[in-house]
Design a protein around this ligand. Sequence first.
Ligand code: C5P
Length: 229
Amino acid sequence: LVERCCQQLTAEPLLAGVKLLLTAGPTREALDPVRYISNHSSGKMGFALAAAAAELGAAVTLVTGPVNLPTPVGVRRIDVESALQMHEAVMSRIGECDLFIGCAAVADYRPAQVASQKIKKTGDNDQMALSLVKNPDIIAAVGALSDKPFTVGFAAETVDVEQYALDKLRRKRLDMIAANDVSRAGQGFNADDNALTVFWQGGQAALPLADKLTLARHLVALIARHYRP
Ligand code: C5P
């Protein structure tokens, strides 16, 4: 609490008056009433970014998939489950925001059909095929808007991190992308620590391994320096 108060009182309000919309956590794609497809995202990085931006004076709205984390002080939280719900929650609010950070690990595909009753195991069925359809790419939809907010994405990669990150920056029309190497033990998905390399048109910065709140403070300060209203 003392640390939080000191941070709040000493942090320069670089984002005062700025409206930030942020996605965090995984999405859950239902198969039937009791099963779903998801991923290992804990939401820790997105929640740390929401806290760090609020410390700098931003008005933060956090759209989050199912996570087990407390809402950061002063942050407005909207809970969703599926990628379609997250897409709707973001697109209905995007016109009101100045900055958008897509930190959620959105499922790329969802089951083509959601069974209304629990899918049963049958004696003669040793295999089961699932048919999946593509989910909307939320951050790409934001990047495609004619008056898009300053948009920051994430790239979680296991190989060729820089190449894939730069490709996403261009393809999704992002202003910045923060890349992390999720193949390294103890950082990235579900871990408490992380390291990032941030790319933008004509520049890059390495943010070394640190706990996610420290890293989030560095990243939000970097974003604040590049953001031009
Ligand atoms: O292409 P990839 O999914 O790896 O890109 C990751 C970035 O795109 C993240 O910022 C993530 O939040 C965003 N994303 C999204 N909607 C999707 C898939 C990814 O907003 N359906």
